[in-house]
Design a protein around this ligand. Sequence first.
Ligand SMILES: [Zn+2]
Length: 261
Amino acid sequence: MAYLIEFLFGAVVGSFLNVCIGRIPTEESVVTPPSRCPNCRTPIAFYDNVPLVSYVLLRARCRSCSERISSRYFLVELLMGLMAVALYYRFGFGFEFIVGFTLVAALIVISFIDLDVRIVPDVISLPGIILGLIVSIVGYFLIGNRSSIVPSPLSSLIGILAGGGFLLVTAWIYEKITGVEGMGGGDIKLLAMIGAFLGWPSIPITLFFASLVGSVVGLACMMLTGAGRRLALPFAPFLCSGALLFIFFGEDLIRFYLPPG
Ligand SMILES: [Zn+2]
């Protein structure tokens, strides 16, 4: 029963995240006006705005103009529902759940905006850096050092510097050598945010995972589409996947590369 409630909670939040994904790039308010069809702008009635269910009942089409509704809406709601369940399973309900859920929500919004319009929005990543640091300080007083997801304030601070600094240097060298801008500034701020929330050990793991999976997917895309090296893949979704990996398995991964004692 608790899992069902978590799932529904996640799906409802996912429904709101869809609004954020659609509106943040155009700097619209995410609160007003209420949800509208992106095509005909007809307001969506409350009975057509039920997460997951409405998408299926309407067969992925707008009720008034019959334009196809992007599967992203269904996907984000499903993803957030499943994430809520997974976080609840891993951490129970408490401070760690709230922190994890907030971070996952931010990562999902960033990933889908990057997929959509190739931007990592500053309005999420910059406050996210500050919030991550605050969370580590609050967590230090609330649950001490017994948490596997909330880092110590020092680890959070080093995470910001390591995440931001490492990519900044890499991007600078890459640009010097190739003359092409490689990694966007948005990715750098995103990694700093991940470091702020998850502490510095999350940085090498996130980067390693993102580069590995990013290269494999990039190569696959090049072979499938025949596009050359110019193919620019959004990198944020890979960084976010790496961070997700760390949220759930970070403790085990750290033990693997930082043996105790
Ligand atoms: Zn419509």
